[in-house]
Design a protein around this ligand. Structure first.
Ligand code: FEO
Length: 393
């Protein structure tokens, strides 16, 4: 297990988690990496650690470059356990003289690990001299935790940005120039949609603050996925677009089905949307994970949700998605609701209210089908889709 050289004085010493498939309800079907970085100057710095189970892998990579006891300082940019889980073992093995975190990071590390952790808080904008170069710390609060901060290696112009600009993507390649953009773009978008989306306004102001500070890194090193060295401006530009929640006249039809009625209704709604000139994505929750639905929602401006009635409630997969979407707070959605039932249709009215309550502006009246949809109901579905589509023009 070797470290990977990024510049003459910066190395990747993280771990590759090929097998993780669920990250807090997010389907990590491509695995992930926990990126940690070693800086070799007069002082030796370790930026972040890895998930506890990957301590040995990180240490082997560190040992391929330097004796771990030479590490003087550990910087923890964020206290979540995928980056600090191995911190206590790393402290025992390396005995650094200093551990730095943001003010809130220091508090969180103590609460998460041990109260007497000898961690020192660094203020927003503070710097430490590490030899010929220095590290500057800037808080990135709520991106995506209140304790998050970034660290800039100033002369080398390398930015260590923790979770932002990352992606859950395990690969043998470490750099953006080793893969085509179409290999990683969906994973970066999915990561933004599932983790960063609720903080989009903060992303916009953070990008403005970084620009104002004159930070224009040559290399961006996030804590998950690829390191941006070919064109770091590309991921910054994507974040600016995603944070602005720019849509592309696109509608997402998401539903589940018991005996196929909602499936037929969804197909007619999709046809209606298409007839209005809208790009449509139709996703059944039988086959699509909530986190992939959210990735498709990121650049959509309409959300249409459909459910069968089961035991006088909506279908469980739709209830799950509603809960998830409520937390992610996607802005500016228009849409509506459809559903099938046998004898009680009132859960569908409540469903429409629930969809409204997650921030969707209802722009077409609810369509219901008693048992299997008739030709008339399918025509209603087509009109419903066309009506929503026309509202996006
Ligand atoms: Fe990758 Fe918020 O931890």
């Amino acid at each position: 297990m070797q470290a990977i050289k990024i510049t003459d004085k910066v190395y990747w010493v993280g771990a590759i988690d090929w097998n993780i498939r669920d990250f807090h309800g997010y389907s990590t079907d491509k695995g992930t990496t926990y990126n940690a970085f070693l800086i070799l100057d007069e002082k030796v710095i370790l930026i972040d650690t890895v998930k506890k189970e990957f301590f040995d892998e990180m240490m082997l990579r560190i040992k391929s470059v330097i004796d771990p006891s030479k590490i003087d300082i550990i910087v923890s940019n964020h206290s979540e356990l995928d980056h600090s889980g191995a911190l206590l073992q790393t402290i025992s093995a390396c005995k650094p003289s200093k551990i730095y975190a943001s003010v809130m990071g220091a508090q969180n590390l103590k609460e998460n690990l041990v109260q007497d952790l000898p961690v020192e808080a660094v203020g927003n904008g503070s710097e430490i001299i590490i030899g010929k170069d220095k590290l500057k710390f800037v808080e990135s609060r709520m991106l995506h935790w209140p304790d998050s901060m970034i660290a800039l290696l100033e002369e080398e112009n390398v930015l260590f940005c923790n979770d932002i600009f990352g992606m859950h993507f395990a690969s043998t390649e470490r750099f953006d120039d080793e893969l085509e953009e179409n290999t990683w773009l969906y994973q970066a978008k999915k990561y933004y949609a599932n983790i960063i989306l609720p903080y989009s306004k903060i992303v916009t102001s953070f990008l403005a603050q970084v620009k104002k500070l004159g930070i224009n890194p040559k290399i961006i090193c996030p804590d998950h996925g690829l390191i941006w060295r070919k064109n770091p401006a590309r991921i910054v530009e994507l974040y600016a677009d995603w944070a602005a929640q720019k849509s592309i006249k696109k509608a997402l039809v998401v539903y589940d089905t018991m005996w196929g009625s909602c499936n037929k209704m969804a197909a007619s709604i999709t046809d209606g949307l298409k007839s209005a000139g809208v790009t449509v994505k139709q996703m059944s929750l039988h086959f699509s994970h909530r986190s992939d639905v959210v990735a498709e929602l990121l650049d959509s401006d309409a959300l249409i949700m459909g459910t069968p009635v089961l035991n006088q409630e909506i279908y469980p997969s739709l209830a799950d998605l509603l809960c998830y979407l409520k937390g992610l707070r996607k802005q500016g959605l228009k849409g509506g609701v459809f559903g099938s039932y046998g004898w009680s249709d009132f859960p569908l009215n409540k469903f429409e209210e629930d969809v409204k309550n997650i921030g969707v502006e209802i722009v077409a009246p609810l369509v219901k089908s008693k048992f299997v949809p008739t030709e008339n109901v399918l025509q209603e579905c087509f009109t419903f889709g066309k009506t929503v589509g026309e509202k996006l023009c």
